[in-house]
Design a protein around this ligand. Structure first.
Ligand SMILES: [Zn+2]
Length: 381
């Protein structure tokens, strides 16, 4: 097949080729090299992408709707505003990609490496992230190099050695570094978000948890057993993102500002709030209306109670809003704190206490020590 003066065939070398603004229909690009190629604004229909290399490609606004892109290498590519809705991306490598405004609606994304990608306004509605993909030795090595990039070979080990105020021993560094990589290799095969920047992304109706896999290993105290098909999302932080009706059952998630968990399945989920001392006049809270938090674990949540001039008592979480949530069996970490205020001179009923007002706190105690009915009251359930 000839396109824009290029011969498109199985195993073609199209590195750096200009294929922008084209319709690529029924082409065979299997095992072709399209590293650094420009496909901006092009539309792919029924293309064979098996083993295709799209590293560093310009894929801005490229239309991949419904395409089979299983295992394709997109490392460092610009995928902003590209359309992958209903595409099969199982095991694809999307590390270091620009995913600004990219559409992944209802795509299959188990085993995808999303490490260090930029997810701004990315739409993952209805995406299935759950599952384990087996990789070739080549792909495993490629993913280990991404993990090495994250840690910097030997850096942590050198630091540790320095703190012992002894001479750096390279054998020791090499050995402990390879132990750490072997440990990290256990995560390869599931979807990973390590170091991804996530802001205003949409995960509505997506599936992370709730395992129905074949060869399922029941979650046990051994976290690594459970890890084999559960996406790894705890090594990034979510802000301004939407998780409406998302299935996060059994996951481990770190959240920052203003995420929406309306009607999300958070059973057995570990939710860690990363922002202490949120200003009520600043960022909006993380909200959990009608979410299922049964047997979930919430870490580092601050709840406040204060009284006005008439002696009326008010409860407010500095973060989090749980109206209508199911909280049977919900646990709080020891660092979740309830602060109490009374006769606060600056109290204004139209707003919550500002961080400055907190100096008037006269009592701190642990949420965990409260009765269930008290917890329900303060969480507005
Ligand atoms: Zn599973």
């Amino acid at each position: 097949m000839e396109l824009n003066g290029y011969t498109i065939d199985h195993q073609s070398d199209l590195a750096g080729a200009n294929l922008s603004g084209l319709e690529i229909i029924d082409a065979d690009l299997s095992h072709s090299n399209l590293a650094g190629a420009n496909l901006a604004g092009s539309r792919a229909i029924n293309v064979n992408w098996e083993g295709t290399n799209l590293e560093r490609a310009n894929l801005v606004k490229t239309d991949f709707t419904g395409e089979d892109l299983e295992g394709v290498d997109f490392q460092n590519a610009d995928l902003s505003e590209a359309d992958f809705s209903e595409a099969n991306l199982k095991g694809a490598n999307l590390a270091f990609t620009n995913l600004t405004g990219t559409n992944f609606k209802r795509a299959l994304m188990s085993g995808v490496c999303l490490d260090h990608s930029n997810m701004s306004r990315t739409d993952f509605s209805g995406v299935d992230f759950h599952g384990h993909v087996e990789f070739s030795e080549d792909e495993i090595q490629k993913r280990l190099r991404i993990i090495e990039h994250l840690n910097g070979p030997g850096r942590q080990e050198k630091e540790a050695w320095r703190s012992c105020s002894r001479k750096v021993d390279w054998n020791w560094i090499q050995e402990s570094h390879s132990i750490r990589l072997n440990y990290a290799a256990k995560d390869i095969g599931r979807t990973t978000f390590a170091g991804a920047y996530v802001n205003a992304a949409i995960f509505d109706g997506a599936n992370f948890g709730s395992c129905k896999c074949e060869n399922y290993v029941h979650p046990s105290k051994d976290y690594l057993d459970k890890a084999k098909c559960y996406p790894l999302i705890k090594s990034c932080e979510f802000s301004h993102s939407s998780f409406r009706s998302t299935n996060l059952q059994g996951m481990d998630i770190n959240i920052r500002y203003s995420n929406d968990f309306t009607a999300a399945n958070l059973q057995n989920t570990k939710v860690l709030f990363k922002t202490i001392a949120l200003s009520s006049t600043g960022s909006r809270k993380n909200i959990f209306p009608r979410a299922d938090l049964r047997d979930a674990y919430v870490g580092a949540l601050l709840v406040q109670t204060w009284t006005d001039y008439d002696g009326n008592c008010f409860f407010s979480t500095d973060d989090g809003q749980f109206k209508g949530a199911k909280i049977n069996g919900l646990e709080f970490s020891n660092d979740s704190i309830l602060r109490s205020y009374s006769e606060n001179e600056w109290f204004d009923q139209s707003c919550h206490p500002t961080p400055q007002d907190k100096s008037s706190a006269h009592e701190n105690f642990k949420i965990k020590e409260l009765t269930l009915s008290k917890r329900k009251e303060l969480m507005n359930c």
